[in-house]
Ligand binder design. Structure first.
Ligand code: HAM
Length: 420
């Protein structure tokens, strides 16, 4: 134990559990890579205004949860609380949208920061894998993203998740609905804070988790009944495409997301085993975001899946991923000469693509074999003076216990064959 601990709301990813996190990231990324999405990486911090304008001045993320700071040079920056605004900023800055191949499809994986009240599934430093498809208005693109997230979760073996789907309308129909909702909210018995929210961002009130508020919202007007014809038709097509792909979803007319940039399609992946932080992923269309951050009109859609919560969901379902042992061969030298020879063999094995490790620190046979066991290696390669004199090493199958001598110059080819 040192004098220091991980900061509040954060945790360290350590082996062997960290392998599960890597596997989850990989499983979410795989269908994206397979569907024309290119990898993008952006800085961990951005101009604070990018998030204020993009995510929304009145959102919790911007007003309460941002790690904002001023640099020594006087720049006002913030650790990124989410990825969409950054990815769009980067795409615009590099003129990816002008290369003539829209939509620009990008995926990313990284750390995000929100100063939230920590609890299970809610951290101040967390990890997302996300996808953004920039510059096309096409219901098939919305459907593609939902289908790919579903595919990713299923490939991990998750079953108890649900997809909630809604449309938030566009700049034609949302203002009309907003006004109707505000009228309704003004007539309710709400506290000052909530009334203020109703004036700034009435849709967020629908998301209020308190029982007393929810009860009053039972008869609230729904956006579903106020969608313009274009939004209605768009949404219907998204629903049909997802249904045709065999992906089950639930219409949730009260689904609003915690970020202000959404238009039309919005969705959330929720998992029953996570308690109050049930959203494992979410996303939607953000047709106005580009203009909000000074770009041209670029209708876009995307999602981000939380890696931390996906791992919790796997645990809740009792799913253990089939993660191959990191080490296939563990070399155990007995004596100085064997140490030099086997170290050379391990180097050769690694260069030949065989995952190999070595007993460091001059341990005796017993201690070294214990480590070989712990490493999960399929084979141990043991050599002492007598073996070396005969130009061999002992290859021990850690599963069957069977041990055979192998000529030193045939170790690599033998192991490649036996591991194939
Ligand atoms: P979000 O819903 O804010 O959306 O975050 C997406 C996912 O990140 C959540 O469903 C959750 O799994 C995870 N997450 C968020 N906050 C935390 C936290 N404090 N601790 C642990 N996990 C967390 C976005 O970030 C949008 N950028 C998604 C998007 C992409 N929309 C369009 N494109």
């Amino acid at each position: 134990m040192s004098t220091f601990q991980a900061p509040k709301g954060t945790y360290d990813l350590l082996p062997p559990d960290s392998a599960t996190y890597l596997a989850v990231r990989e499983a979410i990324a795989a269908p994206l890579r397979n569907s024309g999405y290119g990898y993008i990486e952006t800085p961990g911090f951005e101009d604070v205004e990018l998030f204020a304008r993009g995510v929304g001045e009145s959102t919790d993320i911007v007003t309460k949860e941002m790690y904002a700071f001023e640099t020594k040079g006087g720049d006002r920056l913030a650790l990124r609380p989410e990825g969409t605004a950054s990815v769009l900023r980067a795409a615009l800055e590099a003129n990816l949208h002008k290369a003539g191949n829209l939509p620009v499809k990008l995926w990313y994986s990284g750390s995000y920061y929100r100063y939230e009240r920590p609890q299970k599934g809610r951290y101040r430093h967390f990890s997302q894998v996300g996808a953004e498809a920039i510059g096309a208005e096409d219901p098939a693109l919305d459907a593609e993203l939902i289908i790919l997230a579903d595919q990713a979760y299923r490939s991990l073996g998750l079953r108890n998740f649900r997809i909630l789907l809604n449309s938030l309308g566009d700049k034609e129909c949302r203002p009309v609905y907003r006004a109707a909702l505000q009228d309704f909210l003004r007539g309710l018995d709400l506290d000052e804070d909530t009334l203020r929210r109703a004036e700034i961002n009435p849709l967020r009130v629908l998301d209020d988790k308190r029982e007393a508020v929810q009860r009053q919202l039972a008869d609230a007007p729904l956006l579903r009944d106020h969608l313009c014809d274009a939004c209605k038709a768009y949404h219907e097509e998204v629903r049909e495409l997802i249904t045709a792909a065999g992906v089950a979803f639930e219409d949730d007319p009260k689904l609003v997301r915690g970020l202000d940039y959404y238009t039309r399609t919005t969705f959330e992946f929720v998992h029953g085993g996570l308690g109050s932080q049930s959203a494992v992923g979410g996303g939607g269309r953000y047709d106005g975001l580009s203009e909000m951050i000074g770009g041209p009109a670029l209708p876009s859609v995307g999602w981000a899946l939380g890696v931390d919560r996906t791992v919790l969901a796997l645990q809740a379902e009792g799913v253990t991923l089939d993660i191959p042992a990191a080490t296939s061969v563990y070399a155990v030298p007995l004596g100085e000469e064997a140490r030099r020879v086997l170290f050379g063999v391990v180097t050769e094995l690694r260069r030949a693509g065989v995952a190999a490790d070595f007993s460091f620190g001059g341990k005796g046979l017993k201690g070294a074999m214990k480590n070989a066991n712990r490493s999960g290696a399929r084979f141990a390669l043991v050599a002492g003076e007598r073996d070396l004199a005969e130009g061999t090493a002992q290859l021990k199958d850690m599963e069957s216990g069977e041990q055979v001598p192998v000529a030193l110059d045939a170790v690599v080819s033998t192991l490649r064959a036996r591991l194939a």
